[in-house]
Ligand binder design. Sequence first.
Ligand SMILES: [Fe+2]
Ligand SMILES: [Fe+2]
Length: 401
Amino acid sequence: MSGLLQVGIELNQIHDFHTLMERILSEARHLLGTDAGTMFMREGDYLRFAYFQNDTLARRSTTGETPRVSSFRLPLNDRSIAGWVALSGQSLRIDDCYAVDPTMPFRFDPSFDQLLGYRTRSMLAVALKNRAGRVLGVVELINPIGTEDVPRDGFGAHDTSLLEHFASIATVAIERAHLTESVILRMIRMAEVRDPSETGPHVERVAGYATVIFEEWARRRGLDGASFERQRDRLRIAAKLHDVGKIGVPDAILRKPGRLTPEEFEQVKRHSEIGAELFEDQPTDFDEAAREVALHHHERWDGQGYPGLLEGLSRRGRRGEEIPLFARIVGLADVFDALSSRRAYKPAWAEAHVLETIRAEANRAFDPELVDILFRRLPEIRSIRDAHRDHDAAESSDAGA
Ligand SMILES: [Fe+2]
Ligand SMILES: [Fe+2]
């Protein structure tokens, strides 16, 4: 029980919603010792298949991580296991998903198993219910494995009450992170009013790319565990807020169709300092990360970026590792995304062209190690890009100059 309490405290220290959900799933799996797990989140009359972890599949994959599967939505009805649990609010324990009690309205959907070459046997599904009884989502734990000494292949009544207890602790953390997330999204939306290229999907992609790059950077240095996770959490949020300073740049400049005059460009550059000011005076390390990224994401590895450092009476760009790591990562992720996307002044570039340009800028605009990492983790970068497409992506091919 005190272990559960500790987990609750730790969950409440995570700011970023996505990081929190992955952590909740891994803690739940750890608690009950299962091979796999899935989390569905409620979106109105649907359930989104949002998080998925599977040790067996992770061991088979080259990266050692669960392969990313594209997210999808189920209608919220009692024909699926998750839907039944979400609607009834009751937990469900199934010994063999391929032999579900025929009197029940739901069936197990084996298409996922077939696609991935996996066999889902027993499952324990519990609703994530808040204090008011509202169901926010459903967690499904799959295939308990136990330990080498005590292998196990099914769930018991004790498991159900343990997972229900854990779910109620997790739900408190989820609601709190929801609040943080919605404040951040509103800040981003305010910036988007000024600069239409700074969209929700753009910041999601930049945060996603930045996370993948940081994970690999940390893996190479043998960093993992709680402090790594906390840093990644901060980076994700800071990445989303990299351009909030645009709220301080006049519309007439940000929306100007033609070329900017040098004076106008100076005003655009101000967004990095304006953004940093938003996070000043706050002593939390989350604000510190957001400040660093907002301030330095336009620095260049060769020292030709901005806003740079004051040296004597003049300013010079920061170079190399003078630029904080998070800002180097987000700067690369931001440019990669801007080139890959349609903007008012350019069409979306083909991936090969984007990669060639990025490669040529290693050691010039970008930290060469981070460029190398981006190339190595391309499959994940692509799947993030595809998961957060621009709303107008369908028409982007006809975008002209
Ligand atoms: Fe920027
Ligand atoms: Fe951006």
